[in-house]
Ligand binder design. Structure first.
Ligand SMILES: [Zn+2]
Length: 408
């Protein structure tokens, strides 16, 4: 997901038709099959995450310690006398070389695995075009960020990290407002929610809750994937709720209403801003730790100064390490916000049954493991597990005198 958006639920699969050749497949057997498939899918995705992580440590480490970083700096310095151009060329060359390592993992994970599990509907050409767009955008942002950092390292070696932190914060705030109208549109089509029962229900819900919803858009995921999603994105004039067409197709109106109430909760709780505050805190901490690392290790590593672009691998390693430590904290906070949004949705709609069945259906649709490994959930998951969300709804229903039998 791009910045400034909030996912209802991680990626999931549209289940196969229950009746095959007129026979109704045994539900227990089907759910067992789904669970096995979800487990296999999750295991492959986890391995890819670990491989990516290993690469992101090994590559900068080797590049730095083998002296290749300094060699590359010397080469680009022969081409240009301008410090900014040296940084630009260095970053472009390193980024393009990195693509050679990450592309095989990206295409395996994003295309072949998704196809193998029947999740992707994307043509290879379309996938490649999206991949190229995404990587180009990333390189553009990376060049901008690194140019800013090295400019400040040259000009303000003592306080650069404070100024850079302020600059990145401003960038994230602007980006999260622009993302729904600019970035998302590079990858997906959006249409206003058409008139009909769903729109009427949504308007009635927003009136009942006293929540003003600026816009609800259908997020056209269906030509790319079978997975479903919903999100609140943007702020100010760009704030909107996004509902995947795959979600609308597969879920009942009651289920969609309770999902909408969950998204409205994020709006009421100002979760986009809370997310930005967490992100800002992490950026400042990471930059400060980078500052300490550059001060301490520039000399022992035989580099010229803190503003020597040859120290970029060190900067990336330290940022990566801080991110890794911060990940469980950030995800823990995110899971708390998700739980609060679930509670709001249940309290405002009272629809524990549709909530539970929506979760069940999303898990099936997106092939998510209902009960992931505890450690994996603690570190990597931004949402509570499906099982715990359903359990929470059941407990809520019991506490509010709604018979547990209401929940299928
Ligand atoms: Zn949510």
């Amino acid at each position: 997901m791009p910045e400034g958006s909030e996912q209802l639920e991680g990626p999931v699969q549209v289940d196969s038709p229950e009746g095959v050749g007129g026979e109704v497949r045994d539900e227990a057997v089907q759910s067992e099959l789904d669970a096995v498939q979800a487990q296999q899918y999750e295991r492959i995705k986890l391995r890819i995450t670990v491989a990516n992580l290993a690469l992101s440590i090994a590559l900068p480490l080797v590049f730095l310690l083998a002296g290749w970083s300094e060699e590359l700096r010397d080469v680009v310095e022969d081409w240009s006398g301008s410090a900014a151009v040296v940084v630009l060329l260095y970053v472009l060359i390193v980024s393009l070389a990195l693509e050679a390592f990450t592309f095989p993992l990206d295409i395996y994970s994003g295309y072949f695995v998704e196809r193998r599990f029947g999740l992707s509907r994307s043509k290879l050409r379309l996938w490649l075009a999206d991949w190229a767009k995404g990587e180009t955008l990333q390189i553009v942002f990376l060049v901008g960020a690194i140019e800013l950092i090295y400019f400040l390292l040259r000009e303000l070696p003592g306080t650069w990290w404070l100024v850079a932190g302020a600059g990145f914060t401003l960038f994230f705030v602007v980006l999260s407002a622009l993302a729904p109208v600019l970035l998302f549109r590079l990858f997906f089509k959006f249409e206003p929610l058409p008139d009909g029962e769903l729109k009427d229900r949504l308007l009635a819900l927003s009136q009942r809750l006293g929540v003003y919803v600026r816009g609800v858009y259908v997020w056209m995921l269906g030509d790319k994937t079978r997975k479903a999603n919903a999100a609140l994105a943007g702020w100010g004039r760009t704030r909107r709720i996004l509902l995947a067409d795959t979600l609308i197709e597969e879920h009942t109106t009651d289920e969609i209403e309770v999902v909408l109430a969950h998204e409205m909760a994020h709006q009421v709780h100002r979760d986009i801003w809370r997310g930005l505050i967490i992100q800002t805190a992490l950026v400042f901490i990471a930059l400060f730790v980078v500052h300490l690392a550059l001060e301490a290790w520039t000399e022992p590593l035989g580099l010229r100064s803190v503003s020597d672009i040859a120290n970029l691998p060190l900067l990336l390693l330290v940022t990566g390490a801080v991110t890794l430590v911060a990940l469980p904290v950030a995800n823990g906070l995110s899971r708390r916000m998700e739980r609060a949004a679930d509670r709001y949705a249940l309290e405002k709609t009272g629809m524990a049954g549709p909530f539970a069945s929506a979760m069940e259906r999303l898990a099936k649709q997106n092939l998510s493991q209902k009960r992931p490994n505890g450690f994996v959930e603690f570190v990597l998951h931004s949402h509570p597990s499906v099982e715990s969300r359903i359990e929470f709804a059941k407990e809520w229903a019991r506490a509010h005198g709604k018979g547990a039998t209401e929940i299928q």
